[in-house]
Design a protein around this ligand. Structure first.
Ligand SMILES: [Zn+2]
Length: 105
């Protein structure tokens, strides 16, 4: 599969992408995702931990990939707080965001 792009997503979308969970307070989550992503909602949506906004691995100043063995691994931002819209479902609620990847089948 080929990476199309990555987006910042709310915890609801991250949980759904990880294991198909639909939160009780978001019964329309799938519809929201389809409304927000359009045809891309039919692509594979996967967790993109470890990829930056360009879908590339995080690298340190010397160009080394920051993987779990790297001393700066803890500094890599796995998730972050944001008031910006979720790029996956369009939710405007502030909250934690994490990166998801849209992969072409
Ligand atoms: Zn979302």
């Amino acid at each position: 599969m080929k990476l199309k792009y990555t987006l910042s997503a709310c915890v609801d979308c991250v949980a759904w992408a990880a294991n198909g969970t639909i939160p009780e307070d978001r019964p329309n989550l799938l519809n929201d995702i389809h409304d927000c992503l359009g045809a891309d909602a039919n692509e594979v949506i996967a967790n993109a931990d470890g990829l930056n906004a360009h879908g590339e691995p995080y690298r340190d100043s010397e160009g080394n990939e920051i993987d779990s063995d790297h001393p700066d691994y803890e500094l890599r931002r796995e998730d972050w707080f944001s008031w910006s819209h979720c790029g996956c479902c369009g939710s405007s609620l502030g909250g934690m965001r994490n990166r998801l990847a849209i992969l072409c089948k």
